[in-house]
Design a protein around this ligand. Structure first.
Ligand code: GLU
Length: 444
């Protein structure tokens, strides 16, 4: 297999899908050497079969807004690969959603889920519907209309959706409610459900906590910990909120958070009380982060700016794809940043990743460090199958163990001759090997 050749072929076939091609390119170059040690992989054309999703559903969603106007949005579900378990992955509601973005996410999800050690394949779905500014009733009607179409393609042993950007407990609840009506069965077909109806404790916290557990493991390889370290967090949604909570619990200082309009910089640190305000602001009032700057009288930079030019020891990009470019990565490194642990999916551009790797700082790609969310989704599936629910402590312990395991696997497959751990390579190779072997065993 020649990565360049496979990639050129994919570029020719899918020319209008830049995010998808970006995600594939990163994986192909990092698995090339390992792949070529296994001629049997090529015989089965595993590389193409792993890059191209099993199938893609694309549909129109019709819904009625509060003025009685009929609105349309696009809906999608990408079923990427089910070699090691049912398709599994979130649903994203955001105005930027398109086929390219969901294909990159489904592709990444396949390797991420493989890394979790749990039996889950990879998938992703979503819509260009934006929940921002919509009433609760509109969101409910949209979710119901979305599941009216999606419902026929999913199931507890087929494809299990969950949340992602724009989809939290409220949206999962509405989608699950409609799905239950359609199927007339109470099954664990969605994860991230409310605690009263099969949701797992610690699922809301899981992605953010996992990002920090992974960071702890990386720091430990250098004999370091979080105590007294300053941390940039981008985003202020679910992942960012719980990453901040865990950083505080472990003695770190959170300086920044952001949303798509801009970022706040609080030199005194966002402490527990201020973080509680952010939880309330974002999850209940559904307001913008600028309100924090007004309330606590701190610096706010608008125009969609990201916090990377500020000085901090650690950066946790927890907002969205391609939110940190090469120039910003260089500024982070110049300012003495020692570690970057990604909470979002593919937040660093290829140029940014190159800067981190060239400068040999601790850098973990989202598919390793943000795998905690889907891991606890996997645990939610197990609990639903057992019709039992585990204690928060048990779920958290398992999450912690899984993140340690993922870290160990990255070290195993990503350690270079000079001892530097390339977590990108480690995650890609470790994730890939398991899926590839499972596909081989199952024939074409
Ligand atoms: N959307 C999350 C992710 O990117 C979670 C998916 C899930 O829980 O299935 O991994």
């Amino acid at each position: 297999m020649k990565a360049e050749q496979v990639l050129n072929d994919l570029k020719r076939r899918f020319p209008n899908e830049p995010e998808y091609l970006q995600a594939v390119e990163e994986v192909l170059y990092s698995i090339e050497d390992e792949y070529n040690k296994h001629p049997e992989f090529d015989y089965y054309n595993l590389v193409e079969r792993l890059c191209i999703p099993d199938r893609v559903y694309e549909f129109r969603v019709n819904w009625m807004d509060d003025e009685g106007k009929i609105r349309t949005n696009m809906g999608y579900r990408i079923q990427h690969n089910n070699a090691i378990g049912p398709y599994k992955g979130g649903i994203r509601f955001h105005s930027s959603v398109n086929l390219s973005i969901l294909k990159f996410l489904a592709f990444e999800q396949t390797f991420k889920n493989s890394l979790t050690t749990l039996p889950m394949g990879g998938g992703k779905g979503g819509s260009d519907f934006s929940p921002r500014g919509k009433s609760d009733d509109e969101i409910m009607r949209f979710c119901q209309a979305f599941v009216l179409e999606l419902g026929r393609h999913i199931g507890p042993n087929t494809d299990v959706p969950a949340g992602d950007i724009g989809v939290g407990g409220r949206e999962v609840g509405y989608m699950f409610g409609m799905y239950k009506k359609l199927t007339r069965e109470f099954t664990g077909t969605f994860t991230g459900k409310g605690m009263e109806f099969g949701g797992s404790l610690i699922r809301p916290e899981a992605t953010g906590y996992g990002v920090v557990y992974f960071l702890q493991e990386m720091l430990a390889t250098k004999g370091l910990d979080l105590k007294g370290k300053s941390v940039h967090i981008s985003g202020s949604g679910n992942v960012a909120q719980y990453a901040a909570e865990k950083v505080l619990q472990l003695g770190g200082k959170v300086l920044t958070m952001s949303d798509s309009n801009g970022y706040i910089y609080d030199p005194d640190g966002i402490d527990e009380e201020k973080l509680a305000y952010i939880f309330q602001l974002k999850n209940v009032q559904r307001g913008r982060i600028i309100e924090y700057a007004k309330k606590y009288n701190c610096k706010y930079v608008g125009d969609g700016a990201k916090p990377w030019a500020e000085k901090a020891d650690i950066a946790l990009p927890c907002a969205t794809q391609n939110e940190l470019n090469g120039e910003q990565a260089q500024i982070l490194v110049n300012n003495g940043c020692i570690a970057v642990s990604e909470g979002a999916n593919m937040p660093s551009t290829p140029e940014a990743i190159k800067v981190f790797l060239d400068n040999k700082i601790l850098y973990s790609p989202g598919k390793a460090s943000n795998a905690g969310g889907v891991s606890v989704s996997g645990l939610e599936m197990s609990q639903n199958s057992e019709r039992l629910s585990w204690t928060a402590e048990e779920v958290d312990n398992r999450l912690h163990a899984i993140m340690k395991d993922i870290h160990e696997n990255c070290v195993k497959y990503g350690t270079c001759e000079d001892g530097y751990v390339n977590y990108v390579k480690g995650a890609n190779v470790a994730g890939f090997m398991k899926v590839a072997k499972a596909m081989m065993a199952q024939g074409i």
